[in-house]
Design a protein. Structure first.
Length: 141
């Protein structure tokens, strides 16, 4: 499962031949994201397992499996901020049930991110996905 916003990113990646161009596009996606209020950057929103500092603030509208999922995120690293933007495109607006059905690693694999990120960045990306899934699981219960 994916969203129209994620499909747009995937189409752009198909158009960009060079990984450096894709890398720059991910950074631009991160720059375009709204800033996260510093007051939300707390130990509760910090994602452990990332080489960079990463914060995700979930926003759930409704209750149960049909509740709508969204989040704000930020990082002190530009590329990671871009990865947060990609994850936002993948998940935002979906029901928590659909978030849990989404194979994020397969969707991100369509972008070739798994082939071009360092192992530390890949581990951090998996940690962000795990946090999103944990929040969705809790909201669905």
């Amino acid at each position: 499962m994916s969203t129209p916003a994620f499909e747009e990113i995937a189409e752009t990646f198909d158009f960009l031949d060079d990984w450096e161009d894709r890398y720059r596009h991910v950074i631009e996606l991160g720059r375009a994201m709204p800033a996260m209020d510093d007051a939300l950057k707390t130990p509760a929103t910090k994602v452990e397992g990332c080489a960079s500092q990463v914060w995700l603030q979930p926003m759930i509208e409704g209750a149960g499996a049909k509740a709508r999922f969204d989040f704000m995120g930020d990082s002190d690293a530009l590329i990671v901020r871009g990865l947060i933007a990609v994850l936002h495109a993948l998940y935002a607006g979906q029901s928590v049930d659909d978030v849990l059905k989404t194979d994020a690693l397969a969707q991100l694999g369509r972008l070739g991110l798994d082939e071009h990120l360092s192992s530390q960045r890949s581990n951090g990306l998996r940690a962000m996905v795990a946090r999103i899934r944990a929040v969705a699981q809790q909201a669905a219960a």
